[in-house]
Design a protein around this ligand. Structure first.
Ligand code: HEC
Length: 257
């Protein structure tokens, strides 16, 4: 294929991926952080499994992810880890099972679990005696080699906190929970709202940006002192953390759980 055709194909493929991700958002919703304290540092896959996954990866994925004409991002190295860390491995599995055919969406769930084992091995995480399975994957957290860390700037997150506003423009969350990584910053399902409402208060503070833009008729005083759920892009600059909000939902009229 000439370079130009390849570039156009890549753009088309990216558009298909985004469109299909939006269309199937309910099936892609992963309950964030169902952890039992295990991480990828705890030898959560076997060598044999990684070998099986390596063969599947070579046959179905490598041509885009490490071939001579790489259209896809590398799945080995710090950039890959930055985009997926502090989240359960189930998020990666959900992403893979949602891939369209043209992008490698040809394997079954157990095969993708083996591919994930191979990616863990390629990223130099230790192997052990227990296989990774579709059932256990939700309880394993992906972390970088140094262990759990705060999420990076630009991660898509959700936070529950106590809403306040100071003047017209400064909207804040106080007593806020540690941000949880999410993969779509859209309005929540009733179940997600219920789970968020039950979350205990934290100790963090955030400034909120973009709330008025996504909710033109928003009156800050109407939810001041309320417990709210904010989703959006995390920004850590200078004095404090901000969230560029993509979804804002009041949960309860008081902040105490
Ligand atoms: C035809 C090319 C192509 C094939 C084949 C392909 N991919 Fe991809 N993949 C892409 C592109 C392009 C992206 C970036 C767009 C996106 O993130 O949706 C991507 C993104 C990804 C990501 C997210 C990367 C990140 O850091 O966010 C994962 C994981 C992934 N692919 C896994 C796989 C697996 C597993 C297979 C094989 C079963 C596979 N891909 C086959 C093109 C491909």
């Amino acid at each position: 294929m000439p370079q130009r055709t390849i570039a156009i194909t890549a753009i088309f493929i990216a558009a298909v991926v985004i469109a299909s991700a939006l269309a199937s958002e309910s099936t892609l919703a992963v309950a964030p952080q169902q952890t039992t304290g295990k991480t990828v540092l705890d030898a959560v896959y076997t060598q044999d499994q990684a070998m099986r996954g390596g063969a599947l990866f070579a046959a179905n994925c490598a041509r885009c992810h490490e071939g001579f004409c790489p259209d896809g991002p590398p799945l080995v190295g710090p950039l890959f880890i930055e985009r997926w860390r502090e989240d359960s491995l189930a998020a990666l599995l959900t992403f893979m099972t949602g891939l369209p055919r043209v992008l490698g969406g040809v394997l079954n769930e157990n095969e993708y679990v083996d591919v994930i084992a191979y990616l863990l091995q390629s990223n130099e995480f230790p192997s052990g005696a227990q296989q990774l399975t579709a059932d256990s994957i939700g309880s394993v957290q992906l972390v970088s080699k140094g262990g759990p860390k705060p999420l990076p700037s630009n991660a898509l997150v959700e936070v529950v906190g106590c809403f306040a506003h100071d003047g017209e423009d400064t909207l804040t969350l106080s007593q806020a929970t540690t941000p949880i990584r999410i993969h779509r910053g859209i309005e929540s399902t009733p179940e997600e709202l219920k789970a968020a409402e039950g979350r205990a208060a934290g100790t963090l503070n955030f400034r909120l940006q973009n709330v008025q833009e996504i909710r033109p008729d928003f009156k800050p005083e109407s939810v001041t002192g309320h417990k709210v759920l904010a989703k959006g892009v995390l920004g850590r600059q200078g004095s404090g953390s901000r969230i560029f909000v993509t979804s804002f939902e009041p949960l309860a009229a008081a902040c105490t759980p």
